[in-house]
Design a protein around this ligand. Sequence first.
Ligand SMILES: NC(=O)c1ccc[n+]([C@@H]2O[C@H](COP(=O)([O-])OP(=O)(O)OC[C@H]3O[C@@H](n4cnc5c(N)ncnc54)[C@H](OP(=O)(O)O)[C@@H]3O)[C@@H](O)[C@H]2O)c1
Length: 331
Amino acid sequence: MKPMTSFKALRLHAGDPEPERRIESLTLDDLGPGDVTIEVAYSSINYKDALASRGRNQIVRQYPRIGGIDLTGTVMTSSDARFSAGDEVVVHGFGIGVDHDGGHAQVARVPADWVLPLPRGISLFEGAVLGAAGYTAALSLHWMELNGLAPDRGPVLVNGATGGVASIAIDMFTQRGYRVTAMTGKTDAHDELKALGAAEVIGRRSADASSKPLEKGLWAGAVDSVGGAGLAWLTRTMLPDGVIAAFGNAGGAELATTVLPFILRGVRLIGINANSPMPLRREVWPKIAGDYRPAHLDRIAHVITLEQLPEHLDRMLEGRLRGRTVIRMKG
Ligand SMILES: NC(=O)c1ccc[n+]([C@@H]2O[C@H](COP(=O)([O-])OP(=O)(O)OC[C@H]3O[C@@H](n4cnc5c(N)ncnc54)[C@H](OP(=O)(O)O)[C@@H]3O)[C@@H](O)[C@H]2O)c1
């Protein structure tokens, strides 16, 4: 691979009241430390990137910082024997884009312990469409099935359905044999959600304050991007032994419910943290390439350039993105 002397990145700089975002030309000396230098093929936009780019939730505390919590690419150089030039890899979490320079650049440098060889059968593009979001969907499926979920137990509700994690979850769970109900706040998204495999599409529930701790049981499983009142409603409407994977707070961080769904229906509320240790990643990523493989990644992906990234980060915060927005770094 030919040496790259300079490359482009979107860097966040300290600013008041929020960080300044600059597309800059950098050299390898500008990057944080690491054993593996990667020519980034694709990165993506996750909700955390959008928050960080506007200085929300104190996600980034030290500037300058290249954002981007996931990337796929090809190893340029490695001082660690586990990797060689030309290897295709995927990196997400472990602090990239937060307290270590991340994927919103044409080159990244990270510790070898954070790098996962791209599973056989997944392209650099597919790996980025999946990224941290696809891993979150897969980790949800993994833990839900370990907690008793199976296609014959009943339908699975996926809320925040047009979101990145949710779009992949709809596809992944459908391919795995589940009957998926998609819940969305977008009235014009029903056809596209059905095209991903959703058997039915329902509207987002307004945040009601039901006085009933239990309502009619509807769902064997639920994939929750939303938190808040949406998650509280899920706890009330799960079938006996239903399993909820909760990883998001797009609709709120609070959770007002009672213990009754848990003690009378055996509902299982599982927390999902995609920033999981490497052994779990090594177990789950090959499943994404195999039994969990989604069928509609091309349909879920929207490809943009690095120059278009700032505008799209804002669009995510405004709820105007759908599916997965992938940044192509070359060209
Ligand atoms: N725990 C973890 O490790 C982990 C990993 C990945 C993501 N997350 C979190 O999971 C969530 C989803 O991430 P993402 O990248 O998929 O984000 P995203 O693409 O922005 O999707 C979020 C979706 O939630 C819905 N939504 C937005 N505001 C809402 C509101 N006020 N009430 C109800 N629904 C609302 C929207 O879908 P509709 O318009 O279709 O309803 C939106 O598309 C975020 O909170 C993110 O931080 C956590």
